[in-house]
Ligand binder design. Structure first.
Ligand code: FES
Length: 318
């Protein structure tokens, strides 16, 4: 982690939102506003034992007194949500990162179709608020297992049937949110967004495969592919002119850290964006779950925790 990227905050409230979902509110110690957060942004939460987890903000804004994240207790927790639910208390002072925004609404789109499953509603909720504020049309399709899992984030209970399509799995056994129908019914030119469990993301990507890539947006919170260099590459750091050989099977980030460089990183899985680095020359090989197809094709940025190179030399803005 890059120490300069941390903000010390106090956990000022924990509120119930649904079964196994709580809202955690973090405020700056001593008061004052926090850095601006774009709709769909997430923060890193730094926990003991070098655990770092990414959680999406429920609300965005330029002048926030607090960040509120929705967190679900994960039955298969690797330590993050179990610590947050069982050990974190109001008054604790964990560190967080400034918000990052890899998932944000295309505000000029003629319509936005928002698809969420389970706790995936969190970034989508911030986008709904923003789209409503600026008067852009949108519709939410939300799936949860039962009504006890439907989070009370304030805005959901106020939506009309025209704007909110709810699919409750245990009320329609054996059926799932019909994403092919959702995509087929999308207005011409609409942008489509999805955040939810991995099977939903896969189904969404399949249902939207024929659409232009710049109209399809997916938020991943777990890695969708293994990430390391598949061939040896030389990495040159433009600011120091130092060069490093990155062998196949290693990551650029790992090699730079082993050499003692202080490089920003967090998840090391290609899902958080902390290690995003501008590429000045060469062709990166992307393995992250953040960049869109169009962003990948520009070859001007990469996540160095998991990307490699298709060229022999990569020049990075480091
Ligand atoms: Fe999270 Fe690289 S450290 S994307």
């Amino acid at each position: 982690m890059n120490e300069g990227q941390k903000i010390e905050v106090r956990l000022t409230a924990i509120r119930y939102a649904a079964r196994d979902i709580n809202l955690f509110e973090f405020s700056r110690i001593g008061g004052g506003s926090l850095p601006a957060a774009a709709p769909g942004a997430h923060i890193d939460l730094h926990l003991p034992g070098n655990l770092v987890r990414q959680y999406s903000l429920v609300e965005a804004g330029d002048d926030l007194a607090a960040y509120t994240v929705g967190i679900k207790r994960d039955a298969h927790s690797r330590g993050g949500s179990s610590f947050v639910f069982d050990r974190l208390k109001v008054g604790d002072v964990p560190a967080i990162s400034p918000p990052r925004k890899h998932f944000r609404p295309g505000e000029a789109a003629p319509a936005s179709i928002l698809v969420a499953g389970g706790i995936g509603i969190t970034p989508i909720h911030a986008m709904m608020r923003r789209l409503s504020e600026i008067g852009r049309p949108w519709k939410l399709h939300y799936a949860c297992r039962s009504r006890a899992d439907l989070p009370d984030f304030g805005m959901l209970s106020e939506l009309s049937a025209e704007q909110f399509h709810l699919h409750v799995d245990d009320e329609s056994p054996g059926t799932f949110l019909d994403l092919d129908a959702v995509v087929a019914a999308a207005p011409p030119g609409a942008h489509l967004y999805c955040c939810g469990p991995a099977p939903m993301l896969s189904a969404f990507e399949k249902a939207t495969a024929a659409l232009p890539a710049d109209r399809v947006h997916v938020e991943h919170f777990t890695a969708r592919e293994a990430g390391q260099s598949t061939r040896e590459v030389v990495v040159r750091l433009s600011r120091s002119n130092r060069e490093f050989a990155v062998p196949a099977g290693k990551t650029i980030l790992g090699v730079l850290r082993a050499a003692g460089l202080n490089v920003a990183f967090s998840c090391e899985e290609g899902v958080c964006g902390a290690c995003e680095t501008a590429v000045l020359s060469g062709i990166p090989e992307h393995h992250d779950s953040i960049l869109t197809a169009a962003e990948r094709a520009r070859n001007d940025t990469m996540m160095i925790c998991c990307g490699g190179a298709r060229s022999d030399l990569l020049v990075l803005d480091l």
